[in-house]
Design a protein around this ligand. Sequence first.
Ligand SMILES: NC(=O)c1ccc[n+]([C@@H]2O[C@H](COP(=O)([O-])OP(=O)(O)OC[C@H]3O[C@@H](n4cnc5c(N)ncnc54)[C@H](OP(=O)(O)O)[C@@H]3O)[C@@H](O)[C@H]2O)c1
Length: 252
Amino acid sequence: MNSSTRLEGKIALVTGASRGLGRHIAAALAAAGADVAVNYANNVQDAEETVRLITTAGGSAIAFRADITNEAEVADLNGRVEQHFGRSIDILVNNATGPQPMLSIEESSWQTYMDQLEFFVKAPLLLAKAVLPSMKLKGEGSIIHIGSEVVQIGNANFSSYVTAKSAMVGMTRSWASELGPHGIRVNLIAPGWIPVERHEGVSTEGYSAGVPLGRVGEPADIANAVVFLASSESAFITGQCLSVNGGNTFGI
Ligand SMILES: NC(=O)c1ccc[n+]([C@@H]2O[C@H](COP(=O)([O-])OP(=O)(O)OC[C@H]3O[C@@H](n4cnc5c(N)ncnc54)[C@H](OP(=O)(O)O)[C@@H]3O)[C@@H](O)[C@H]2O)c1
């Protein structure tokens, strides 16, 4: 299959695609032929830059502002994407994240846990409820959660994030069981450390030394895995957690 046409005719929504991994995921989906909705919350210029990168490369994309933790904004986002492309969403990538504070248990509160659950449980649920009616009508769809290797590592002083990312794993499996009969696949990608803009200036040496493949990840490592899980090449894969971390951990 030609790599630039394998997602032709598909509409993809990538949450948090104004920078970081989301930008690269959006670009890779567009390079594979999808029409891409680039979601962002605050930084319109960055989102427009993602769109510019994609369209300059010959792809199709448009930016949509929406706070994906807000029910009304998610419903509106789904409607606007459908209206713009004249088709409903086929591929949903739950990627967006808010701040990820490192806090001890004593420093944490129920609210700090809720803040993470808002992004990694509530937002995917709201988005799924928005896209599922059309996916069920079409009898197909691919939902991809961006998790994290922290679920296996259990990093200290990071329990709110680790807990919320762990919840995504259970959600992936339960949704896969429920949605499989409708032709809708649900998978999770668990990245290792993939330095993006927010990690600028942070040394990767110590982390890389412990990774069997001897390096940190690149955004393209994650983006390529997303394209695979979005495409028919993974048609018989659902409910799975794919670690993309150079062998830093083994399976979830
Ligand atoms: N990078 C890594 O090393 C790594 C490792 C493991 C897992 N991950 C996971 O990969 C995903 C992406 O991480 P990243 O490092 O690329 O993050 P990032 O660079 O901080 O980007 C976060 C994105 O989320 C958007 N966003 C924030 N609040 C939002 C909201 N309420 N509604 C919609 N969008 C919102 C931001 O948009 P605005 O710019 O408009 O605010 C931005 O586009 C996350 O789920 C993260 O947990 C990352």
